[in-house]
Design a protein around this ligand. Structure first.
Ligand SMILES: Cc1cc2nc3c(=O)[nH]c(=O)nc-3n(C[C@H](O)[C@H](O)[C@H](O)COP(=O)(O)OP(=O)(O)OC[C@H]3O[C@@H](n4cnc5c(N)ncnc54)[C@H](O)[C@@H]3O)c2cc1C
Length: 300
């Protein structure tokens, strides 16, 4: 049986208390949220924190709500809560697409949105989803609150902009990409080997077009294929300002596939994953367009 190394445990009473505990115990202390990534790593001794700071009781880190021109999602929102949120699904259907295919109900009932993005596993579904949506991470430390765009949040596999004595408080998604606006929508598609498994590859698409079917904004996120910051920036740049045609979507998919860097593993070889990246980006763009009821010239 795998058991973690010895560690201390403290239950934070507030975000300030969590930050103070992290500062007092230094880099060997870690936040625990749902524990579905951290505890398995501790059991395997891939992580050996000396102190776990439990943030499960902090109401300030919960809730999904509209606030001005953003949708705010608290870091401690569980996957199941995001999946059940009518507000989140109405504005950003790709969040529900992604949550439906993350693990199983046991993990979804406990795992959190904040834990997912802070874990920064290259196969984490929400990382690509929030990147495509151009969300902003709100991070708090003893020096105050700072706001980091998702496209600057990930510093590499398992590394983020969150400092050792900081707490991710919430994610904010601009409502300018809301599916309630004419010409806008989003979608997330994933290929996995069996239901509930980690992605072989997945793609997120966010689209906004004007009355002439010109793409005014686009976000394309890629999961598990080594895309820098989970974004297919070159494909986004290609599509933005062009008419939303089937040909242009196909070209964007090719560009997304060219610019990612998958690695071969038990889920498949490089060529297969690269093919999936392009094909899923294309299909996610089509799905987002269909949701927004956009006529893709020459295809629909
Ligand atoms: C069997 C299984 C299958 C899974 N399948 C999938 C899948 O298909 N797709 C997918 O995307 N994910 C999958 N996951 C991962 C799951 O979504 C994550 O484990 C979970 O969401 C991480 O959140 P958590 O709350 O459990 O984080 P924890 O394990 O508690 O924490 C993870 C990391 O984030 C840090 N952290 C957590 N919250 C904060 C915060 N607010 N501020 C700063 N740092 C913080 C912790 O210190 C730790 O380093 C799977 C997990 C399991 C166990």
């Amino acid at each position: 049986m795998q058991v973690p190394a010895h560690f201390e445990y403290q239950r934070a009473t507030s975000v300030e208390d969590a930050i103070a505990l992290l500062e007092r115990y230094g880099p060997e202390s870690r936040i625990v949220a749902g524990g579905h990534s951290l505890i398995p790593m501790m059991k395997l001794r891939l992580a050996q924190p000396e102190l776990l700071v439990d943030i499960n009781g902090l109401a300030d880190l919960g809730g999904i709500s509209l606030a001005g021109d953003v949708l705010r999602i608290g870091a401690m929102v569980r996957h199941a809560e995001l999946l059940a949120s009518v507000t989140a699904g109405t504005h950003f259907p790709l969040l529900h697409d992604a949550e439906r295919v993350i693990a199983d109900p046991v993990v979804r009932n406990r795992g959190t949105v904040g834990g997912s993005v802070c874990q920064a596993d290259p196969s984490e579904d929400l990382s690509a989803a929030f990147t495509a949506l151009r969300a902003t991470a709100v991070i708090e430390g003893s020096a105050g609150v700072r706001r980091v765009p998702m496209r600057e949040f990930f510093h590499g596999p398992y590394q983020t902009a969150v400092g050792p004595a900081e707490v991710l408080v919430e994610l904010q998604i601009p409502l300018s990409n809301s599916a309630t606006l004419a010409g806008s929508s989003s979608a997330y598609l994933k290929v996995d080997r069996r239901a509930g498994d980690w992605a072989v590859a997945a793609a997120a698409a966010v689209l906004r077009i004007d009355r002439d079917s010109v793409v005014t904004e686009v976000g394309i996120g890629l999961t598990a294929v080594g895309a820098r910051q989970f974004a297919a920036v070159e494909a986004e740049d290609f599509l933005r300002g062009r008419q939303l045609t089937g040909e242009h979507i196909a070209e964007a998919g090719d560009i997304a596939a060219q610019h990612c860097s998958p690695v071969a593993d038990q889920r498949g070889p490089v060529d297969y994953k690269r093919h999936l990246a392009g094909e899923l980006a294309r299909r996610a763009l089509h799905a987002a367009a269909a949701r927004a009821d956009l006529a893709i010239i020459g295809r629909l």
